[in-house]
Write a protein that binds this ligand. Sequence first.
Ligand SMILES: Cc1ncc(COP(=O)(O)O)c(C=O)c1O
Length: 413
Amino acid sequence: MRLDLLVDLWGAYMLDVDAVRKDFPSLKEGRVYLDSAASSLTPDPVIRKMVDYYSDYRANVGRGIYGISRRATDEFEAAREKIAAFIGAGRDELILLRNSSEALNLIASGVQFRRGDSVVITIQEHHSNFVVWQRVKERLGIDLKIVKSDRQGIFNLSDFEDAIDGKTKLVSLAHISNVLGVKLPVKEVAKLAHDQGSLVAIDGAQSAPHTSVNVKDLGCDFFAFSGHKMCGPTGAGALFIRGDLQEHVEPLCVGGGTIEDVGIDYYRLRRGPYRYEAGTPAIAESIGLGAAVDYLRSIGMQNISEHEQALTRRMMERLPEVPGIILYGPPNASDRAGIFSFNIKGLNSHDVALALDSAAGIMVRSGHHCALPLMKDLLAAEGSVRASVYLYNTLSEVDLFADALTEIAKTMA
Ligand SMILES: Cc1ncc(COP(=O)(O)O)c(C=O)c1O
């Protein structure tokens, strides 16, 4: 009997996937959702928490002194505290924003770059961690260095050593690639960068939902992530900025809420996260993200990771059986997260995705996955099909997917 089956039957990890699935109202009969890397589904406790806000204490935060406004503020701040603790940050180091893209833009516009500085990124970055730096290069004349991996997504640390030097102001890289599912050597790179006196930003959009993160342990100065990929609502994300750095990082927007004092000819920004949160924030969404953190923690990040590893092992056993498949990323299940990009020889990725949906109700992403430099430079492909798993997916869904894909490959190619 296969090891992953034993794990499943004997419950070596403590995730009851049938119970988990009951929490997700959009997991309806006949739907197989394999697109969590784009956006995850939302469980009932998160939806209820947001409905409570709208129906019980709908008011602005940080302003009113009446009861329900104080309650809204308390719930909003409690969410901040939980989200911060989820990644090992202090509450004053956690800025509530809309998503990873906004967080990465904040870093790019907030750090004071000068001509002659360099920024180091990798070929595997999502556009949100690529274009932002191309723009800084265009506007301020910084040198943008791009570290490449091999085709499977594996980096050579010496390439980072060569790229990072005394002129490097910042190194910004993904924790997990949204195309190859490969885990980047973020801790090692952070050490190299700090040894050269440069700052380190991690794009955690694909890691925070799936694995325990501790920003202090990673040794980063910035960590960006998106709530909608981790069982939270759309419109809520967060950015960790190391506390002592904050006075050197400008906000993206200023206005109501960001100001300690203002007169006709001066203004003084607040300290802490409020400095970056201009105007009325996404109140219900941030409270919802706090509930998503509670939800994930109640299941246990370790259990979620192990469940996804079991699904990954099954995927990596089944996918190579599909006729004509070109599977990208590392061949070993242990080197990858639950993201599987591939093409079927002779078929367009969108056609495969459409066929999976119409034939078997299987939802996957197709196209360039907002990672065109990786697609063009590394994979020499216009796009790929991408399946991605999360805590609510099952081994039988993986089998269903592999069977449907085999059928499509046989009949369409
Ligand atoms: C690695 C990575 N970075 C950044 C983003 C952007 O996230 P968002 O759309 O939530 O801003 C994504 C989204 O897919 C991603 O996968």
